[in-house]
Design a protein around this ligand. Sequence first.
Ligand code: SF4
Ligand code: SF4
Length: 253
Amino acid sequence: MIRAMLARIRQGHRTTGYPRVPAVLPERFRGYPRLDPSRCPGGCHACGDACAYGAITHEAGTLRLDMGKCIFCPECVDACPHEALAFGNDAQLSSNTREGLVVLSGEERQKTRAMGDELISLFGRSIKFREVSAGGCNGCEADTNVLSTIGWDLGRFGVQFVASPRHADGLWITGPVTANMKEAVRIAYEAVPSPKIVVACGACAIGGGPYAGSPEASDGIGGLLPVDLYIPGCPPHPVTILDGLLRLLGKIR
Ligand code: SF4
Ligand code: SF4
């Protein structure tokens, strides 16, 4: 027993201090994009040509990067000889709207806003999600799952994942919603009591990700259900997920 207690003291406190303490991310982490079209010589589309997902366009002196389509690979950065774009270290990427994920050079970003006062009073201290894995690769589930470990301890914010949509306040969707999962998602949504919220976690759930355009997928959840929170990434970093969720719940303003 003494040995166990000493080990516990030696190990100390392992849970991240985020959001009280800023997250320290590795240098190679790719976060919020920085676009500088003033560096682009006329007619150059090297970045757009390099993107297999149609996430970046360059028109009339404006660079536009859609984080909802982006998988942060980063072929566009490597293809640009003029250093007109780069990925920064900022993990705050989520948005309440699909348009909010579009980064336009020279325009202010739209971070996630807290849900309305009525929903905050209902869910702000305790919210439960039913996760629906709708045909992705499991990467997004893995990084969502990390939040329930001791390193993140999502429970300290009153957030829990539950087994049944009937016990949930919202759905947490990952994957592009394959043909086989479409009906299951609809049934799960109807089983959640109102009011309810929907989170699209990862490029697949937002717009199909690497599976976009497949006749076997629905290009994400947006065309099927109303979405309250979009969390980009492939998969999103746990800090990106946590940050979006805490903003939606009004715990970060
Ligand atoms: S980082 Fe995003 S925008 Fe750039 S090539 Fe990859 S998917 Fe396309
Ligand atoms: S967004 Fe990327 S990590 Fe998430 S399910 Fe799709 S392919 Fe996998």
